[in-house]
Design a protein around this ligand. Structure first.
Ligand SMILES: [Zn+2]
Length: 243
């Protein structure tokens, strides 16, 4: 023989348990998304460093092409001067100015090589950071796994209890129960002597009589069902009707 108020109180306990397990499971998992975000940022940094290096390679190649071009001009000028073909002054002028440009391009080339070393070191650093960030993700997932498992088991057990308890209740009571839950209110309050523990409203004597008989009584103050298992008289008439 079970009283409806006892079933409702047990259901409220099961729902407390569900909320608690759900909250703890989410908290346990919280460290993983953080590390995943850091990992994604590290991956983006690697992609950015690669892009910068690719652009730099293009610049180096363009510089090398120019260098070859001017070396060809110098060779042609030299040949013209050797063979005596064409305008010797013009060829000499071209040779001198091309050599000056080549000097400049070679200086650029050296600077570009130094910059390449810096960019390659940056890329290597970013790649090392990505590896470390990936390890943190794996560690975070592994670290929270046992706690997630425990809380999931709690959650499943409490959900099972809640389903079982709900099957014992009438539809009208369940509707009211869910309405209170939807308003973020625990639907059952403990009665301390004659006072609702949730809202401190003192219950009238008639309500106290009903409670002692094991009947469902809502608090006049907050509307929660009042639960006082110690007050219920063992041979109450109402209790005998349950089954
Ligand atoms: Zn109350």
């Amino acid at each position: 023989m079970e009283l409806d108020i006892d079933i409702l109180a047990a259901l409220a306990d099961a729902d407390d348990e569900i909320r608690s397990a759900d909250r703890k499971r989410k908290a346990a998992r919280a460290s993983v998304p953080n590390s995943e975000k850091a990992r994604d940022e590290a991956a983006q940094a690697v992609a950015d460093a690669k892009q910068v290096l690719a652009t730099h390679t293009e610049t180096e190649r363009a510089n090398q092409r120019k260098l070859k071009e001017y070396e060809t001009f110098v060779m042609r000028a030299n040949r013209a001067l050797e063979t005596g073909a064409g305008d010797a002054d013009a060829a000499e002028h071209q040779r001198v100015s091309c050599i000056a440009i080549i000097d400049g391009l070679e200086t650029d080339q050296l600077e570009l090589m130094e910059l390449r070393e810096t960019l390659e070191a940056t890329l290597a650093q970013r790649q090392a950071e990505l590896v470390a960030a990936e390890e943190v993700v794996v560690e975070a997932a592994a670290a929270c796994a046992p706690e997630v498992k425990v809380q999931t088991a709690r959650l499943m057990a409490a959900k099972g209890d809640a389903i079982h308890l709900r099957s014992k209740l009438h539809k009208v009571e369940l509707l009211r129960y869910d309405a209170l839950m939807d308003r973020n209110r625990r639907p059952v309050s403990i009665l301390k002597k004659d006072t609702c523990k949730s809202c401190n409203r003192v219950q009238v004597p008639r309500a106290m009589q009903e409670i002692k008989r094991g009947r469902l009584v809502q608090c006049a103050g907050c509307g929660r069902w009042l639960h006082a298992p110690d007050l219920v008289e063992a041979n109450s008439d109402f209790a005998g009707q349950e089954g």
